[in-house]
Design a protein around this ligand. Structure first.
Ligand code: GLP
Length: 247
C-alpha cells in the first residue's frame, strides 16, 4: 500500500482531487466509486473548482456512491444521494443518468443485485475513493464483514451511528438509520485503483491498523494491503500512530 502523508486537511483535499482528476483525464470514460462523509468535502470542493475553471470535464464520468442509509429516500437531506448532488453532481457536467446511488427502499435483495449489475454494466470501477470509520470501516462495511462480500444491507455499528449523529447534523440519535446498504469489500477490491483518505487524530488508530496491522475482517480497511494499486493519503494528525511516516 502506498502511503502519502501530507501536512494538513487542505493538502489532503488537493492531493485527492488531483488524483481523481488524473483518472478522469486518462480516459474518455471513467467509472468512479465515491464516498460521502466530512473527509471528502474538500476534495469535492476542489473538483468543482477545477470544473468551473474549465480544467476538468465530467461528461465521461460515471459515479457510484459507496453506500447509503437504508430507508432514506434519495431526496432526504440526510441521504448520501442528497450529499452527492449537493457536493458534486449539481455543480459539474456529469450527464443525467451517469450518477448512481444504491436503491435504499423496497426489496433489499433486488436493490443489492441491481447495484452490482449496474457497476458490471458500466464496465467495473476504475477508481474507488474511500473514507474510513474510526473502527476501520469502509463504505458501511463494519468490522466482521466478510472479505468476499458484494453489495449488501448492513446493520450499522452503534459507534458508527453515534459518529454519524455527531458529524452529520442529525437532530438526535434516533434519527440516524439503523441500517445501510453498501458496496461490499469484494466490490471495492475489484476496482482497478483504490484511494483512501483519512484526516484528524481520531482516525490515527484506524489508519495504523489499516496500514501496518494484520489483514483481518475485524479491520475492514486492512484488506487494502492486498490490493495491487491502493494509496492512502493521510494528514499528519491521522498519521500520528504510524511508526514511519513518508513524505
Ligand atoms: C461513514 C460513511 C463512510 C465514511 C465514514 C467516515 O459512516 N458510511 O463511507 O467514510 O463514515 O466519515 P467521515 O469522513 O465523516 O469521518
Amino acid at each position: 500500500m502506498n502511503v502519502i502523508v501530507v501536512p494538513d486537511y487542505e493538502q489532503l483535499s488537493l492531493h485527492a482531487a488531483e488524483a481523481v482528476a488524473a483518472e478522469i483525464r486518462a480516459r474518455a470514460r471513467t467509472v468512479l466509486g465515491l464516498p460521502t462523509g466530512n473527509t471528502p468535502k474538500g476534495m469535492y470542493r476542489e473538483l468543482v473548482r477545477m470544473h468551473q475553471a474549465g480544467e476538468l470535464d465530467f461528461s465521461g464520468v460515471v459515479t457510484f456512491n459507496l453506500d447509503e442509509y437504508w430507508g432514506l429516500s434519495p431526496d432526504h437531506p440526510m441521504s448520501f444521494a442528497y450529499y452527492m448532488r449537493t457536493h458534486l453532481v449539481d455543480h459539474v457536467n456529469i450527464p443525467p443518468g451517469q450518477a448512481h446511488w444504491p436503491q435504499s427502499q423496497g426489496d433489499q435483495d433486488a436493490a443489492c443485485r441491481a447495484y452490482e449489475e449496474q457497476i458490471r454494466a458500466a464496465g467495473g470501477l476504475d477508481l474507488v475513493v474511500l473514507g474510513i470509520g474510526n473502527n476501520g470501516h469502509i463504505g458501511f462495511n463494519e468490522p466482521g464483514t466478510p472479505f468476499d462480500s458484494r453489495t449488501h444491507v448492513v446493520r450499522l455499528a452503534e459507534e458508527t451511528r453515534l459518529a454519524n449523529f455527531r458529524g452529520y447534523g442529525f437532530p438526535d440519535l434516533d434519527a440516524v438509520p439503523k441500517f445501510g446498504i453498501s458496496m461490499g469489500i469484494a466490490t471495492i477490491m475489484s476496482a482497478r485503483r483504490v484511494l483512501l483518505l483519512a484526516s484528524g487524530r481520531e482516525k490515527a488508530t484506524a489508519v495504523a491498523r489499516t496500514v501496518a496491522g494484520p489483514v483481518t475482517e475485524q479491520v475492514p480497511a486492512s484488506i487494502l494491503q492486498r490490493h495491487p494499486d491502493a494509496t492512502i493519503i493521510v494528514d499528519e494528525e491521522a498519521a500520528f500512530a504510524l511508526a514511519s511516516r513518508e513524505a
